[in-house]
Design a protein around this ligand. Sequence first.
Ligand code: GUN
Ligand code: ZN
Length: 574
Amino acid sequence: MSVEFNFEIRDKDIGARIGRLEINRKRLETPILIPVYNPNKPLIPVKDLKRKFNAKILMVNSYIILRNEELRKEVLDLGIHRYLDFKGLIATDSGSYQLMNYGNVSTTNKEIIEFQEKIGSEVGAFLDIPSLPDVYKSRAIEQLELTLKRSWEARDASFVVNAGIQGSTYLDLRKIAAKKIGKNFKLCAIGGIVRLMEEYRFSDLVDIIATVKKNLPMNRVVHAFGLGHPIAFSLAAALGCDLFDSAAYALYAQDLRYMTENGTKRLDNLEYLPCSCPICSKYGIELKELPEKEKIRNLAMHNLYVTLEELNRVKQAIKEGNLWELLSIRARSHPGLLSGLERLKKYGRWLSELDPITKKSSFYYSGNESRYRTEVINARKRLKRVSSMNRVEIPPFGKVPAEILDVYPFGSFRAPENLIKEEPCFSVRDIERVKGIMEYQFGPGASEFIEKNFRIKKSRRTRRIRWIYKGKELIASVRASDHLIIPKRYLADKLKKKFEYPRLRVVVDDDAVPFISDGKSVFAKFVTDIDPELRANDEVLVVDKEDNLLTIGTLILSPTEVKDFDRGVAVRVR
Ligand code: GUN
Ligand code: ZN
């Protein structure tokens, strides 16, 4: 691979990540939608994809170009960027999709790889074989074996390989495929899933994406091949998909199908338009009356607007930490999606290890599946750390110590009235609250440093605990937003003494020590070891190899991400 490729995580929620992806010095923010442009049937011209839709990356099917002699000559002559008059990133597909739909294609793996190199594609694909859902297993095995062999033939391609992971609906095959592809390629594409999406088989889709993701290193960029319907974005992103491509916006338009984030409608059946994109605002329901060709073009634009809009909604939810709430809303648009959401329960442990321990948003209970949310799994685990007799039942967390009722997620938990029970009111002393939070956050026994002579200062406005002093020394503050403790040096030293290696620790290489002593953030590549019980957004002790405390900071990534990434910040130091 001679094209430069970098990826780092900037923000997280559940298994989703907002990432910074750099290919060939062109920067993208993930998750991102790659609109597919069909040179034979261009419903939206490239200049509009640039200007109206702000496209930074396009996908073109190289097989379509190869097959058309005139087009092939022109693109070979100009190169794909000049041909499209597009300076952004250009990804090409290989004809695999045609292979799936028509059973055969008139090219070979080597030919289509070479062709993509010649036209100057920056992200290309080998001729992977998308197996249909539920094919005979022997067939899925054959197709996977050939796919893996073909991936090997692409290993030295001059473009970034968008490496297809196949295996049909067989999770053992998907696992093998993910392990092999993940070893050799940085951009991994989950293939053969379009049919599942079209049939609303979202629980199968969840199984496949989760199985693949669990068997890929966390720093692999994951593309959901052909997943272009907005209804699926929140679910696929929650499992850690970074790239989506959509030919669907155009294909659906040709069928006069009107996309919404909650499903597809036939334009003919609509009497009102549930959208205010520039197209729907301009035409209203008169859209139906436009001449056929114009109708299709405009419908394609509407479809692309709602597709991009949903992806922005997903990204905003990741930023706010309320992707679960968005998933719950989307799940109500189709039982298949609700099944998909419910299937996440099976992957709760894995997802809870990726999920941040505290979030900006409140926890809104939004239905039965909220009981299995990652925050619940993490909270229940940590509740065992606290030794309190005064407990209050808060479903779905169980008996929560009265001392930590202000702490995330208990403090920001909102549920319908029928779920909340009348509970005895405990009067809890401030010092007991601090002790409870210490145990919940750091572990059993963490409260033993909190002595009676400690001074606790409250916010004048909210009357909540904000600062903890020992004599005149500020030893910790309590964050207003989630009521978690931010230890200062004194407390950090005590924590380090109390908890044995590697608890609460992020260990860094000697090379990083001067930077960290300078107050700089800790980059993932310098981390040599980490406590696996930590979670993103935890307060952590940064130590050197000899276990000397260097600094205190907030963990940005999950422990597995810290291990797998060699780019980006792992611990933000104050
Ligand atoms: N487009 C949609 N699905 C697939 C797939 O599995 N492989 C490739 N190469 N392209 C696709
Ligand atoms: Zn619209």
